[in-house]
Ligand binder design. Structure first.
Ligand SMILES: [Zn+2]
Length: 493
């Protein structure tokens, strides 16, 4: 039934276009492109170079700049026009080192810790304070602690993070946990790592650059030991030394590859992935894999000599992890062109199978997707979910009313390795990455070639999306709501 529907849609489009010949040329092109991406391309080698040789590449670090130079070179080597486009980061935050020692009567151990992004540093000699059991960080936990939280490091017990649902829960709860700790007068906050054993991860402090407290994650095994000791009545102190490099707003850049449209070059389709990563691991799943994929799609389109109708921009965003800054910067730089942006897509959930797309509250996206995905129907089934998503680089396009997509992917191993020491090349599912590249290429090619009439939404339509969905809650979780209400980010009526 699905195939029949697609065939009749295709036929209707061909009749509307008045040319069955050009339509079949388009779908031949899509099939050739899909075939090329399923073949032996340099994508996997690129991912290996990016992760093993350049490594973790937090925004503002030397490795980050190297990665963007490397990406520019990959586009140019492939014959694809590419450029750096600068934008402003709101601030700099990098961890130089993090150490901690837990002490009690007759017991001393030094667990591995990692500063939460946007944590403040401690004095050079470290900060020593009582370490207290704050349970799960709920209202009742702080009430039970009473005045003991004041001036202490509060230790928060966590559930192990197993999947994407757990990750979203972690993000949603963190804001409340941190606000309560600050209200209770805590000197600092320590999360038990939600990853097994001694694996650490970087979970952003929920206040972002506005955070004014030392916050860290402690390896799960050691945090469990500390909690057992505390619950058996052994008072503990924590000495933590967090050496943080921080600084004011500064300029950095995205890298944008471009293949000009043949007959409608002023209409633009964006396929994007963020090339920056956190630094405990080497950023293979988040988001080296999809960055290598974006480069390879550009490379194969150029190699095959394919001519899209519309201009395709291949965006490697920077500053994503600190608040979706690179794609925000793009929407500022290209504000005058946004009316002509037909679609902007983001790929950012590792290497799990693409099951469809989040269409951002735009019902008019699904019929185009159905047509675009026809050449890769065998890799489906695909189901699209028409809700707005906050958390990756579609955000500012969505808030500017630009039709936007986020690839929805099977969670696979994305959650447990998220921002973690374990996010390494060996965790990427290379076979599935190839299949995903075929799906992403077909989607991009479809939007760049099919007849369609997707219009940018107005400020009123964006406002109604915020009012009629859970978008505001998501925006608050990701610390971007205030900028919207203040008129600094996104369309406002
Ligand atoms: Zn990511």
């Amino acid at each position: 039934m699905r195939a029949n529907v697609l065939r009749s849609v295709t036929l209707a489009t061909a009749l509307a276009a008045g040319s069955t010949a050009s339509l079949s040329a388009q779908s031949d092109d899509a099939s050739r492109l899909v075939g090329a991406l399923l073949g032996d391309t340099p994508m996997v080698r690129d991912l290996q170079t990016l992760t093993d040789e350049i490594g973790g590449r937090p925004t503002g670090s030397p490795a980050n700049l190297r990665a963007f130079d490397w990406a520019l070179e990959r586009f140019r080597e492939a014959g694809v026009e590419a450029r750096k486009e600068s934008f402003q980061m709101p601030g700099l935050w990098l961890e130089r080192s993090a150490r901690a020692t837990v002490k009690g009567k007759g017991v001393t151990f030094s667990p591995k810790v990692a500063a939460l992004p946007f944590s403040t540093g401690t004095p050079a000699g470290g900060l020593t304070a009582p370490l207290v059991d704050a349970g799960k960080g709920a209202e009742a936990d702080y009430a039970a602690l009473g005045t003991k939280a004041k001036g202490a490091f509060v230790l928060i017990e966590t559930d192990e993070l197993l999947d994407l649902d757990g990750l979203f829960r972690e993000y949603t709860e963190a804001g409340h946990i941190e606000r309560r700790a600050i209200a209770a007068g805590a000197a600092g906050l320590v999360y038990m790592s939600s990853r097994p054993g001694n694996t650490l991860a970087r979970h952003n402090a929920s206040l972002g650059f506005a955070n004014r407290h030392p916050m860290m994650m402690m390896e799960r095994d050691a945090a469990a030991r500390a909690l057992r000791l505390l619950r058996e009545g052994t008072p503990l102190t924590l000495s933590a030394a967090l050496d943080i490099q921080s600084g004011p707003a500064y300029q950095t850049h995205n890298v944008i590859g471009e293949i000009r449209g043949s007959t409608r070059p002023d209409e633009i389709v964006v396929i994007g992935a963020h090339l920056d990563s956190w630094d405990l691991g080497t950023g293979a799943l988040d988001n080296g894999a999809n960055s290598a994929m974006v480069i390879d799609i550009a490379r194969q389109i150029h190699r095959l000599g394919l001519k899209p109708v519309r201009t395709i921009r291949f965006a490697l965003w920077n500053g994503e992890e600190q608040g979706l800054n690179g794609s925000f910067g793009y929407t500022l730089t290209h504000a005058a062109e946004l009316d002509r942006h037909v679609m902007a897509s983001s790929y950012d959930i590792g290497t799990g199978r693409i099951t469809g797309f989040f269409t951002g509250g735009r019902a008019d996206m699904a019929p185009v997707l159905e047509r675009a995905l026809a050449p890769v129907a065998a890799l489906g089934p695909f189901a699209h979910i028409n809700i707005p998503i906050v958390g990756t680089d579609n955000y500012d396009f969505m808030m500017q009313g630009v039709p936007n997509l986020v690839a929805n992917q099977e969670s696979a191993n994305y959650g447990p390795n998220y921002h973690a020491r374990s996010d390494e090349f060996g965790r990427a599912d290379l076979r599935q990455l190839r299949l995903n590249a075929a799906v992403a290429a077909a989607t991009t090619w479809g939007f760049a070639t099919l007849d369609l009439s997707l219009r940018r939404h107005s400020a009123q339509q964006v406002d109604s999306l915020v009012r009629n969905t859970d978008l505001a809650d998501q925006m608050k979780s990701f610390n971007v709501y205030d900028a919207w209400t203040a008129g600094k980010r996104g369309l406002r009526p």
